[in-house]
Design a protein around this ligand. Structure first.
Ligand code: ADP
Ligand code: ZN
Length: 758
């Protein structure tokens, strides 16, 4: 979000490196890992005076214990009395780089959270737990597959051993022994049989030769312009604005990233590439690894499924300069690289860049801030930029780079809209697969081409929609869908608190069929199997992909054309490249479109555009069918015409008129507690105090029950704050919260630039 708006370049020191001839400081201000409050001062023992510095990890005495802490600054003197001595220095002198310390301090301020919570993001838990530091780690690896008779003998006599064996076979790679609790004896027995080997190090299964080296492609004119801007930003550190690369799906953004990365490396610098967790697919990783096959060992990939030990090793490899390119999801923005030259944030609009627990940072915005601190280039790329970033480009905070055509001028896929209201009228009941979609799938099956059926994740959505005319109940103040609350038969706005009685029939067409529509992937799978019994169908969602490795298996099968129809959620919308897919069906575009959220339209537009980008990536032309009850909705219509500019114009007019982001900043406070009245009362008190203290321009909404009003026996109330600047709102909240005494069972969470309003 317009982090750059709150970012004054003046505040950033020209030289962020540590001064080597600093005077020897006697005191250190530290932040305890488990602290509840402000930093504490400790004396630095004489022997450590040359080493303890900003970013050092230390053990310090606290009452009768010794606890871990991070040094935030060092001083000549202190006002504190009864200062005790630091007990021990842990790891390198400055384990946390000064820039990252500053980044954490900024996050605490901006996202209104305690500094030690912000530090948690910067320093991964495996590094914070010092005891893991240099422990030796044992791996167990399969050497040979036992013959049938030997296997059945083990099965009869040693169930623990057969468990380990199956585990190894399923994973297909060495496993850290510590990950299989109590396995040591059984593992030793297997080793004696010569079936496994136990060793200190994982034997590399990722040998240099596995990736076919790929070479830079000659760029087209649009790509060349974009790359020139990226190179320029790398070459003139601190002098250029963040770049927003808006390129349609298939315009070759990735090629621009790859050549930009090469330029950074050639300039002797390092780089971070952020991709959304769901696009961290083998396909994506391979594209990067193969281009840098010459320096493969210097490319670190931070997957979420790394073991603790692997995470620890990767971090230290990066910290010690062993890696120069880091690819990863959200948290990779904190990779402890030195001499950063370039940060790339692919699919910058993606909601998964926002962490949904404290610190509730958005990695894209942290990227922009870190780039300013490091004075390095930053590129935000997307086919469907967020309104926030696009707004920053129109105001000049970011520099906009456009790539409006696909490589080789391949056409954009044809998007057709299927009006479900008509379908229902004809059939008298709700259809999962409309006649039009059915015919389209049949045609693909007949000529051996593949189909993807996409279903929006069954998010929490209980908007009221008329199945006959498509009417959706909306808030008169905020123009977002109202949410149905069963307990009191009311529909509510979760932005401003507006509430009204639930209508019994549609106010527009008088039809009583006004209700909430939607179905899950499983139901779609059943329907598809019934209609096309001869087709090979697979489903891909969080449920069916729970087993390790099944995601890749399914993708490989689909790639090998052993699956005709792939059904899935968001998981299949991003970053995949299947030339033989010529049809994409969106089963129900309304799920996600009518939500108590001003970004519902934006998300739908992005999703339709991204999903459509999956079709026709090969020689054959692609077609997209969108099923919906509200075919005239602007998000659907603009996506259908591949018209980002038109969409942007219309959507920003709506946001401006109702005071939604990016024209106002939006902060969400959630008050949670076991006791309904106490929780509501606290929310009311908080609202009152905020109103008393608020500066002009900050608006505070009415507290109202959250869309998820009760979670795990807790009552939840929302309070929204809006204003021209996020930092101002954060600081207001911090001041008011500091003076507020909460009932013991009530807690308040703050989400700055909130993306989800549940
Ligand atoms: P995007 O990331 O914008 O969706 P990709 O980078 O995936 O687009 O590019 C789409 C396809 O075009 C890929 O197969 C890529 O290899 C190919 N491609 C990209 N740039 C070029 C180029 N300059 N010449 C030929 N093919 C290219
Ligand atoms: Zn409202």
């Amino acid at each position: 979000m317009s982090v750059a708006g709150s970012l004054s370049t003046k505040a950033i020191p020209a030289d962020a490196s540590i001064c080597l001839d600093r005077p020897m400081s006697k005191f250190a201000r530290v932040l305890l890992d488990q602290s509840t409050g402000r930093p504490l001062d400790y004396a630095i023992p004489e022997t450590l005076r040359l080493r303890v510095t900003e970013g050092s990890r230390v053990r310090v005495p606290l009452r009768s214990r010794v606890v871990l802490a991070t040094v935030v600054s060092v001083h000549e003197e202190t006002d504190a009395r009864g200062v005790r001595e630091i007990a021990e220095l842990v790891g390198d002198d400055a384990l946390v780089r000064p820039v990252l310390m500053r980044l954490a301090a900024w996050m605490a301020d901006y996202y209104c959270c305690p500094e030690e919570i912000a530090m948690r993001a910067v320093l991964p838990v495996v590094i914070r737990k010092a005891e893991l530091a240099h422990k030796e780690r044992l791996f167990i690896e399969l050497v040979r597959t036992p013959a049938e008779n030997e296997r059945s003998e083990i099965e009869r006599r040693a169930p623990r051993q057969i468990d380990i064996l199956r585990n190894l076979e399923a994973v297909g790679a060495p496993i850290e022994l510590a990950e299989i609790p109590g396995a040591r004896t059984a593992a030793k027995a297997l080793e004696k049989r010569g079936i496994v080997r136990i060793g200190l190090r994982r034997v590399a299964r990722d040998p240099e030769g596995e990736y076919m080296p790929s070479h830079d492609l000659p760029l087209n004119a649009e790509q060349a312009v974009a790359l020139a801007a990226v190179r320029d930003a790398i070459d003139r550190p601190g002098e250029t604005r963040p770049l927003l690369l808006h390129g349609v799906t298939g315009s070759g953004k990735t090629e621009v990233y790859l050549q930009g990365l090469r330029h950074a490396l050639e300039a002797g610098k390092s780089a971070i590439v952020l991709v959304p967790e769901i696009s961290l697919t083998p396909q994506t990783v391979e594209r990067f690894k193969s281009r840098f096959a010459d320096i493969q060992s210097q490319v670190a990939v931070l997957h979420s499924h790394l073991s603790e030990g692997e995470r620890h090793d990767e971090w230290h490899k990066i910290h010690s300069g062993g890696a120069r390119i880091v690819i990863g999801a959200r948290s990779a923005i904190f990779a402890p690289l030195e001499n950063l030259g370039l940060i790339i944030v692919d699919e910058e609009h993606e909601g998964s860049y926002k962490q949904d627990e404290a610190p509730r940072y958005n990695a894209r915005d942290v990227a922009v801030y870190r780039a300013a601190l490091e004075r390095c280039a930053v590129v935000l790329g997307s086919a469907t930029p967020s309104l926030e970033s696009y707004h920053n480009a129109t105001t000049g905070k970011y520099r906009l780079l456009e790539m409006p055509s696909r490589i080789d001028d391949r056409g954009m896929p044809l998007i057709r809209v299927v009006d479900l209201r008509l379908q229902n009228r004809q059939r008298g009941q709700q259809q999962v697969v409309s006649a039009m979609l059915r015919v389209a799938i049949e045609r693909r099956l007949a000529i051996g081409q593949q189909t993807i059926l996409f279903l929006n994740r069954r998010g929490y959505s209980s908007a009221l929609m008329c199945q006959a005319c498509g009417y959706v109940a909306q808030c008169p103040n905020c123009s977002v869908a109202l949410t149905y609350h069963r307990d009191d038969e009311r529909i509510r706005c979760h932005l401003c608190g507006h509430a009204e009685r639930t209508p019994r029939a549609c106010p527009t067409c008088k039809d009583p069929a006004i209700r909430h529509a939607g179905f899950g992937t499983q139901k779609v799978e059943e329907a598809v199997r019934k209609i096309f019994p001869q087709a090979r169908v697979a489903r891909m969602d969080a449920d069916s992909m729970a087993r390790k490795g099944s995601y890749r298996e399914t993708l490989d099968q689909f790639q090998a054309r052993k699956i005709d129809i792939l059904i899935g959620t968001q998981m299949i919308a991003k970053g995949l490249h299947f030339p033989n897919v010529t049809l994409v069906g969106i089963v129900n575009a309304d799920v996600g479109l009518h939500m108590a959220d001003f970004r519902a339209g934006e998300r739908t537009f992005q999703l339709l555009t991204q999903v459509a980008g999956r079709a026709g990536r090969g020689e054959a032309e692609g077609e997209v069918l969108v099923q919906t009850f509200t075919p005239a909705h602007p998000a659907i219509q603009h996506a259908r015409h591949h018209d980002f500019a038109g969409y942007w114009e219309q959507e920003s007019e709506f946001r401006r008129a109702f005071g939604h982001p990016p024209f106002q900043r939006f902060v969400l406070a959630t008050v949670r507690g076991e006791h309904a009245e106490r929780t509501e009362f606290t929310a009311q008190t908080l609202a009152r105090r905020l109103r008393e203290a608020a500066a002009e321009g900050i608006q505070i909404g009415e507290p109202s029950p959250a869309p998820l009003a009760r979670v795990k026996n807790e009552h939840r109330y929302h309070l929204t704050l809006r204003g021209p600047g996020a930092l101002k709102i954060s600081r207001l909240l911090r001041t008011v919260l500091a003076k507020l005494t909460l009932p013991r069972d009530v807690r308040i969470g703050v989400d700055v630039d909130a993306l989800h309003l549940l």
